[in-house]
Design a protein around this ligand. Sequence first.
Ligand code: GUN
Ligand code: ZN
Length: 436
Amino acid sequence: MSNTMDSGLQAYRASILHFTGEPTARGEGVEFFEDGLLVVENGRIKALDHAQILLPKLSEWSPSTAVVDLTGQFILPGFIDSHIHFPQLDIIGSYGEQLLDWLNNYTFPAELRFANADYAAQVAARFLTELLSAGTTTAMVYCTVHSESVEAFFSESQSRGTGMLAGKVLMDRNAPPALTDSAISGYEQSQALIDRWHNNGRQKYVVTPRFAPTSTAAQLQAAGKLLRENSGVYMQTHLSENLAEIEWVKSLFPERKHYLDVYEHYGLVGETCVFGHGIHLSEDEWQRLAATGSGIAFCPTSNLFLGSGLFDLATAKAHGVSVSLATDVGAGTNLCQLVSLNEAYKVSQLRGYPLHPYEGFYWLTLGNAKALQLESEIGNFAAGKYADFVVLDGSQIPVVDYRLSLCNELWEKLFLFMTLGDDRLIAQTYVAGQRC
Ligand code: GUN
Ligand code: ZN
C-alpha cells in the first residue's frame, strides 16, 4: 500500500463510549470498549472496536499509521448544544436581573456592538475557541440582528471545519432602534444568508425570530414564509421561559390561544423548530409540541440563573416531546455541557426524575443530534459519520481522579463526570479528525 493511501488514516486507543440508541439503565443502547480503538479516515469514522480486534486490521489497512495512545482516558462523541447565543459571551455572569430586565439592561446593549464586523469576528473566534475547549463541536446558535454577526460566525466556523447551525436574529419591535430590522428587511437579509450559508460546507441556517414580543405579526409571517420556502432550514426561538414574558405575549397577541399558538399560527412549528426553555407550558401546548414534532431546548444553568423556573422533564417525556439539552450562554453560566448535565440532574431531582448518567451522556451526543435532525452526520461513531470527538481525562481534576479510583461501574464513573466535571476534564477536542 502506498504512503499516499496511508496518509488519511488516524487511530486512537482509549476507553471509548458512544450510544447506538436511546439507552436503558440496564445498558441497552450503550456501546463501551474499555480498551477500544477508533479509526478515522479523511475526517470520518472508519471503524470502532476492541483494540485487540482492530489493531491487526489497522496494520493491514495502513502499516505506517501510528496509534495515538490515550489509554486511561475516555473518548466520546463531541457534545452538541442546541441553544446558545455567541454574542452573549460578552455578558455571561451579569448580576441580579430576571429575563426582561436582563435583556434590556445587559443583553441589548451588548448586542449593539455586533454591527461592527471586526468586533463580531473577534468575539466569534473567542467563542468558538471556548466552545471547543469545553467539548462542544456542534451548536445551534443565535447571532444578533446584524447580518455581519452571522457572516462572522459562519466564516469562523467554516475555517475551523466545525458544523454549526446559526441565524440572524429577527426583531422589529420592543428593542432599541439600532437592534431592529423590519418584516421586509429581516426577510431579505435572512434569505441572502440562507443562500450563502445553508449547507455551505457543514454550516446550516436557522431562521431566528428572537421571541414573540420582539416581532410584529408581519415579521412572524415572514419568518414562516422563509421556513416554507427553504426546505431543510431550521427555526429557533424562545417559548414560555418567564411568567412576566408570558403575560406580555398574552397582551400582545390576545387573539391567540396560548404562547405556542402564536408561533403555530405563523407556521413556526415542526421537526426543524427548536424552542428555548418551555418551562411554564399548558397541557395543550405540550400536546401541540408533540403533535407537530417540535423540540424544546432545556437550558438548566440559564433557567436557574435567571430564576425562570424548573423545567419538567418527566412531563415532556410523558408527552413524547423531543427535548435537547443546552447552555443558553449568556443567561446560562457555563459553556460546558457537563455542567448543564449537573444542573439538569438537580432540577430533575426537584421534579422527581433522577436523570440517569446513560441518559445524560446520550443526550449530549446522539440524543441532541437526533433532536437537531443531524444523526446521519454526527452523534455517535457509526462508520461514515464525522469524526467529531472529545477526550475526557479524569485525572485533570484531583477529586474526580480520586473518586474514580473508588468506582467499578461505567455508569458510576459517568455520573462523576456529570456531577463533578467541567471543561477541565476535556483534554482534547477533534473536529472532522483534526485536533482543535
Ligand atoms: N428571550 C428572548 N431573548 C432571550 C435571550 O437572549 N436569552 C434568554 N435566556 N431568553 C430570551
Ligand atoms: Zn436563549
